[in-house]
Design a protein around this ligand. Structure first.
Ligand code: IP8
Length: 247
């Protein structure tokens, strides 16, 4: 099984509120069609979820956030999710929509439910989940990042490979020269700059990727604008991007 995160910066136009990159999403779907093994998809919030989370000052910490914000963030994620599902359908994939409320309780994954995701993907359906605003309990809510979902799912499902499709070639050691780091073995790179969003942008991704690789799985960061690189990564061909080597 392959676990793939479609980052918010690749599926949406981060500079423009509420705008999906439909052509890019279609191209990603066409490439995913070429993968001959079970896959699970997680997608981010980009200029949908993050736009509203910022407006309503909502973060990953469990707090009593504005309920209007919670409702609007959730609604916007459903809207973005629908665009992804429609594109998958159009490109002859069979997505199976799974909001995170389906397998999370508070900030913890429900193991039994997560294990079901594997069965769904092995049947040929493609489970599709996403970062979202979630109920925590005692009138508190929080923003659950799709990156965090990747770690939760990886820990239980032990996929063969985890892929993060980004709007960049991978992790750069230096942002100005765009010098790509090809491989990381356990060490945490110090990145020179970071575009932050409410769930932590690239820093969060690196943190989750390091956690997953420490559990023994390989994690690949690839440029989602060149989705054939995802297919190559899966097929073990020449890989272009950054690998977090699992130990
Ligand atoms: O883009 C966060 O998911 P991410 C989604 O994967 C929201 O961090 C609701 C901001």
């Amino acid at each position: 099984m392959i676990l793939i995160k479609l980052g918010g910066s690749i599926i949406t136009n981060k500079e423009k509120p509420l705008s999906a990159r439909r052509k890019t999403i279609d191209n990603l779907a066409k490439s995913l069609k070429k993968i001959q093994e079970p896959i699970v998809i997680v997608h981010g919030g980009g200029s949908y979820g993050h736009y509203w989370s910022v407006k309503y000052d909502m973060h990953t910490k469990e707090r009593k956030y504005d309920l209007r914000g919670v409702a609007i963030v959730k609604n916007s994620m459903i809207e973005l999710n629908k665009i992804i599902l429609d594109s998958f359908l159009k490109n002859k994939l069979n997505p199976y929509c799974l909001p995170p409320t389906d397998f999370m309780t508070g900030n913890k994954p429900i193991t039994k439910k997560v294990k079901e995701i594997e069965k769904i993907s092995k049947s040929g359906l493609i489970p599709v989940t996403f970062g979202d605003a979630l109920w925590y309990g005692q009138n508190k809510t929080f923003i659950l990042s799709g990156d965090k979902i990747m770690t939760h799912l990886a820990k239980i499902l032990k996929p063969k490979l985890c892929i993060f499709a980004l709007n960049e070639d991978g992790v750069y050691s230096d942002l100005k020269s765009k010098k790509l780091i090809h491989e990381l073995k356990g060490e945490r790179p110090s990145i020179s700059e970071n575009k932050m969003d409410v769930t932590g942008g690239m820093t969060r991704k690196i943190e989750e990727a390091s956690k997953i690789s420490k559990m023994g799985m390989n994690v690949f960061f690839v440029n989602g604008n060149k989705p054939e690189r995802i297919v190559k990564a899966v097929k073990n061909r020449k890989f272009e991007g950054t690998v977090f080597r699992g130990k």
